[in-house]
Design a protein around this ligand. Structure first.
Ligand SMILES: N[C@@H](CCC(=O)N[C@@H](CS)C(=O)NCC(=O)O)C(=O)O
Length: 214
């Protein structure tokens, strides 16, 4: 397997965690999101990922895009350890937690969106940062509430083993800190993060551990 990735890309970080949790080895193809105006925008990368976004996973000659689709693919093709719970209602809860980040938070604090807001609406770096903080805080606040609302709480977002929700949460916290969010407002989330980063699959997927880290 080959993963097109960038060390600081949080969507790539999600897939790296999932690959590590599954114990799968893979080669990394680094795509620098800023160098030369962004290598993701080059024709050769667009040919495999028409959205010009990271990550892309190459497996058995196919190119898979969208981190959550890739992670579910890995979960279906390598079922152990499972990244989604057994019951349909629990799976829906875990997916909803993952989607708070994957659908509602991450896309509107992404590089291309921030660049667009900055250029098209003539915003300063400070204003653009406030935009990112606003949407991240809204999502993390909701997620904190979803976690604490569960009658039976475990060490992770759901239960006592890592799921798709934790895989999305940990990379997003890196973004939250980068944009200056006050994450101390989310004590349950912070305790889950502490548990996750003690697991080698999470720690080894961290941006600073990647071969292309700067
Ligand atoms: N929903 C997509 C998001 C992918 C995405 O936004 N990737 C970012 C890096 S985390 C990217 O490639 N950004 C490039 C850009 O904004 O030009 C996924 O989960 O794979």
């Amino acid at each position: 397997m080959k993963l097109y990735t960038f060390f600081r890309s949080s969507a790539s970080f999600r897939v790296r965690i999932a690959l590590n949790l599954k114990g799968l080895t893979y080669d990394q193809v680094p795509i620098h999101l800023r160098r030369g105006g962004g290598e993701q925008l080059m024709a050769n990368y667009r040919a495999i990922n028409p959205q010009a976004l990271l990550p892309t996973l190459e497996d058995s000659g196919r190119h898979l895009t969208q981190s959550l689709a890739i992670i579910e693919y890995l979960d279906e093709t390598h079922p152990n350890p499972p990244l989604l719970p057994k019951s349909a209602a629990d799976r829906a809860l875990v997916r909803s937690m993952a989607l708070v980040i994957g659908c509602e938070v991450h896309p509107i604090q992404n590089l291309r969106v921030l660049n667009y807001v900055k250029k098209e609406y003539n915003q300063t770096d400070e204003q653009v940062n406030r935009w990112a903080q606003h949407w991240i805080d809204l999502g993390l606040g909701a997620l904190e509430q979803m976690i604490t609302a569960q009658t039976a709480r475990g060490k992770f977002c759901f239960g006592d083993s890592p799921t798709l929700a934790d895989i999305c949460l940990v990379p997003q916290l890196g973004n939250a800190r980068r944009f200056g969010c006050d994450v101390s407002r989310y004590p349950s989330i912070l305790s889950i993060e502490k548990t996750c980063v003690a697991i080698p699959a999470f720690a080894g997927a961290a941006p600073e551990k990647q071969p292309d880290a700067e």
